[in-house]
Design a protein around this ligand. Structure first.
Ligand code: ZN
Length: 334
């Protein structure tokens, strides 16, 4: 399996949209997308997803046109394939769900239905993989726009450009262009022989264990970040550092870069406050403790689960899902 295929197995990676980076610089083309009869609008409320009767709410063009006051609409991209090929998809942010979507309440589609909000984390497992990737992208863009409202050089307000994928300073003498920020983090599976190192932070749900992770620092190669974080968190030197896969992580705006690495000793020293426990386990020990409820793995939404699961499957020939009683988090895209 190559790196692309391995990354595509991570949640939020199966992006069905073409961002049309060059096309969106053509204002006539961009304007036409905003009028497209098959356009759809994913509705967010800041960092949460807006729902109707507990399903994610995506408006069609007719429904969108009924709205009186619209805060911000950005073009995410156009569908690359399938029945919606060529149709644009937008993200619409509403600050007050009931007020800003009130016009929909009088339409047959929405009568006697209930609007709500839910976190993407909670609803991701109900979405198909493509839909989850679109919402992740929408949430990342919304977060950047809502937290980046003033020019970092002169403090003037910013205006959206290129359908919202960049912002430009409104001060003509400055005119600085801002692009979305991504915060890269390394996340690494440490093994020694047939054992894996799992650790827990005090703030996590009880009995939850996972692999180690940390943010990349300025000027630092990713592999050095792996070595530094492992040394800082558990006092182990690691080598044979190998790339595994990547995952955009919209909580709120990280980028997870997955690695594997090997330690040559088992001597763990907890040097920082955030890691309170670290254990070495064989696959059989993990299976026993997992079934006994003593050690819980991370949700399978995250690359941390993938890193552990891939190792477990290498060791045992079966996946973690096959020994765990819960339903799979994802359903196949229709
Ligand atoms: Zn400026």
């Amino acid at each position: 399996m190559d790196d692309l295929r391995r990354s595509m197995l991570n949640t939020y990676t199966a992006q069905p949209l073409d961002r049309v980076s060059h096309g969106r610089q053509n204002t006539a083309w961009l304007g036409a997308q905003y009028q497209h009869p098959q356009a759809s609008y994913l509705v967010l409320n800041d960092q949460d997803v807006v729902t109707v009767d507990e399903q994610v709410l995506a408006l069609n063009q007719n429904q969108f046109q009924l709205l009186k006051r619209v805060q911000a609409v950005s073009l995410l991209g156009i569908h690359k394939a399938g029945k919606d090929k060529g149709s644009p998809v937008f993200v619409l942010n509403v600050a007050d769900v009931e007020t800003e979507l009130a016009a929909l309440k009088n339409t047959p589609d929405f009568q006697s239905k209930t609007l709500g909000v839910i976190s993407l984390r909670e609803i991701s497992h109900q979405l198909g993989v493509n839909t989850a990737a679109m919402y992740s992208y929408a949430k990342l863009l919304n977060h950047w726009q809502l937290t980046t409202r003033f020019c970092v050089a002169c403090g003037s307000g910013l205006t959206h450009q290129q359908g919202g994928l960049s912002q430009q300073c409104s001060n003509e003498e400055c005119a600085r262009i801002e692009f979305p920020r991504i915060n890269p983090a390394v996340i690494m599976r440490i093994t020694n022989g047939d054992k894996i190192l799992l650790a827990r932070q005090e703030s996590w749900p009880e009995r939850r264990f996972s692999v180690l992770a940390g943010f990349v620092e300025l000027g630092e190669p990713l592999e050095s970040a792996v070595q530094r974080e492992v040394m800082e968190e558990v006092g182990l030197a690691v080598d044979n550092i190998q790339y595994h896969s990547s995952q955009p992580w919209p909580y709120p705006n990280s980028y997870m870069l997955g690695y594997t690495a090997e330690a040559s000793t088992f001597d763990v020293e907890l040097e920082q406050d955030d890691i309170t426990q670290a254990v070495w386990l064989t696959a059989e020990e993990l299976r026993e403790k997992n079934l006994a409820g003593e050690i819980l793995t991370p949700p399978n939404l995250s690359i941390s689960y993938r890193l552990i699961d891939d190792w477990f499957e290498q060791q045992t020939g079966v996946t973690l899902a096959s020994i765990q009683p819960e339903e799979p988090w994802f359903v196949a895209e229709e």
